[in-house]
Design a protein around this ligand. Structure first.
Ligand code: GDP
Ligand code: MG
Length: 164
């Protein structure tokens, strides 16, 4: 059966936007509205003749910081249990935050391939200096992307399929 790729990350980093770009359609709801969004969303994706199933683990996401971390842990656990490759997405505008580090620790211990995507790098010249701090997560090279401007997507997908 096809490899499974799961997207994990904090609320509002752009998981659903990236999912829609990779899926080539508007499937996942950006800016999730409680009561409308399903828990997990799946799409079939092809890249360079490689087919895989993509999961947006986001769904309905909390606003309060104490719930955010527990829900991120749940999402990361779903990814660890079901995915062959995990895309861990962070937000260059918000920078590296504690919840990112905690989830990165969890993913590292799981010993699954993790691709680190640093999103909202809408202008590479302007934001690249801020991308380097994400090396501190200890899960490999940060891949700068802009989901909304569709920048860095090809390189990100190359990195994903290299693990199949
Ligand atoms: P999710 O909660 O992680 O699923 O994040 P969403 O995909 O719903 O996106 C949250 C917000 O970030 C929305 O307003 C998006 O339009 C915005 N966003 C997503 N990707 C980018 C990006 O590459 N650059 C910028 N500037 N905004 C983005
Ligand atoms: Mg979402």
């Amino acid at each position: 059966s096809k490899p499974v790729v799961a997207i994990v990350g904090r609320p509002n980093v752009g998981k659903s936007t990236l999912f829609n770009v990779l899926a080539g359609e508007m499937i996942s709801i950006v800016k999730d509205t409680p009561g409308v969004t399903r828990d997990r969303i799946y799409a079939d994706v092809s890249w360079l003749d490689q087919d895989f199933t993509l999961i947006d683990t986001g769904g309905i996401e909390p606003e309060s910081s104490d719930i955010i971390l527990s829900q991120m842990r749940e999402q990361a656990q779903i990814a660890i249990d079901t995915a062959d490759v995990i895309i861990f997405i962070t937000d260059v505008r918000q920078g590296l935050v504690d919840a990112d580090s905690k989830v990165a620790d969890m993913l590292r211990r799981a010993r699954k391939p993790v691709i680190l995507a640093v999103n909202k790098v809408d202008n590479f010249d302007k934001f690249m200096p801020d991308v380097y701090e994400f090396y501190n997560l200890g899960i490999g090279d940060p891949n700068p992307v802009s989901a909304s401007s569709r920048l860095g997507i090809g390189d990100l997908l190359d990195a994903v399929v290299s693990y199949f």
